[in-house]
Design a protein. Sequence first.
Length: 97
Amino acid sequence: MAAVIEAPDDTPWTASYDPGTPAHLSYPEICLHEMVREAARRYRTHDALLFFGRAVTFAELDRLTDQFAAGLQRLGVGRGTPVSLHLPNCPQFVIAY
């Protein structure tokens, strides 16, 4: 089942959408890490992130997120442990999130 992100039909930004661009999108009801894993399975060599001329593929992103999660576990962070991220918009934020 997909969640639909609704916006009112009279939003000002939809007037500037290219013809054929939907005003509403449907997203699968799965966790973000599952979406990354699925994208890595389907689009291994495609770019997931571009940052200052450096590309990170979906396969790399999947591997890096797993490494970060394992590092948190080694530090004793587990399910339900609060974690706060204080990073600029950069690949490291995406990996940690």
